[in-house]
Design a protein around this ligand. Structure first.
Ligand code: SAM
Length: 262
């Protein structure tokens, strides 16, 4: 490969064609699906996505040096945007049939996921198919009482059903990362708890997990003092640790916080 991968843009390009095929085959794609690929890099995954004949394909790549490579390769086949996905707001490109793919740059992958969780741009999509470093993927999918369970697991469970598809060895990339990657599929949930402002859930989970090994007594008091009604209603035991509370309990705590602030 004659381009020099940029570490600061998390450039680890997929070079294993069998893995690329497996990624593309993990969902069915047809001519009713628009595809958005985040960080197409040199287009290794893009090439296989185009072979599926989607309705349209959009590529969002921050590195302007890669844009010419992409334009040469996919002239007339893809709409190529030289943009930062974190700043991207054009929601009219997507529909309920859109599938968003990304072998995400590891340094901003949780920010990218959070953008789609809070979705202030109101993007429509059918599913997200994202690749993460294994440690982060383990945190995203973790269930209550698991040591990896935390803020991101709860925020994700609020909006998505998440499925782990498979792990990918460092040998499938150039340059070779230090650790494994994991492919996850996110599909939007239908019955979502509605908050006046998602900051309440964001704040509750942030403060509770600030001290993840300690009992929740102090964090509970920070928001609710000794409010025994809430303790009873939500069946909370203050000797529990943050990882012992279910996502639903966190959603309810955030709702209670909103009531108090009204
Ligand atoms: N999809 C390619 C592949 O699998 O070979 C490249 C994946 S590489 C892990 C991540 C890609 O995201 C790089 O091409 C990088 O330049 C791009 N990137 C990094 N930060 C970005 C951002 N904020 N917005 C859009 N693209 C970004």
């Amino acid at each position: 490969m004659n381009i020099k991968p940029k570490k600061k843009l998390g450039q680890n390009f997929l070079i294993d064609k069998n893995i690329i095929k497996k990624i593309v085959e993990c969902v069915s794609i047809n001519n009713e699906n628009e595809i958005l690929e985040i960080g197409p890099g040199t287009g290794n995954l893009t090439e296989f996505l185009i072979k599926k004949n989607p309705k349209k394909i959009f590529l969002i790549e921050k590195d302007k040096n890669l844009i010419n490579i992409l334009k040469n390769k996919f002239y007339n086949k893809a709409k190529i945007l030289n943009e930062d996905i974190l700043q991207f707001t054009k929601n009219d490109l997507l529909t309920d049939n859109s599938i968003i793919f990304g072998n995400l740059p590891y340094n901003v992958s949780s920010q990218i996921l959070t953008k789609f969780i809070f979705n202030k741009e109101k993007f429509k999509f059918k599913m997200l198919i994202f690749m993460f470093q294994k440690e982060l993927a383990d945190r995203i999918v973790a269930d209550v009482n698991n040591s990896n369970y935390g803020r991101l697991s709860i925020l994700c469970k609020w909006k998505f059903n998440t499925k782990k598809v498979f792990e990918i060895s460092p040998n499938s990339f150039y340059p070779k990362p230090k650790i494994k990657s994991t492919l996850l599929i996110f599909t939007p949930r239908t019955n979502i708890v509605k908050f006046k402002n998602h900051n309440s859930l964001e704040k509750i989970t942030r403060i509770f997990f600030n001290q993840r090994r300690k009992k929740i007594k102090k964090q509970f008091a920070y928001f609710f003092k000794e409010n025994s009604k809430i303790i009873q209603k939500l069946n909370i035991n203050l000797d529990m640790r943050p990882q012992n509370l279910t996502p639903e309990t966190y959603f309810n705590l955030a709702l209670e916080l909103e009531k108090l602030r009204n």
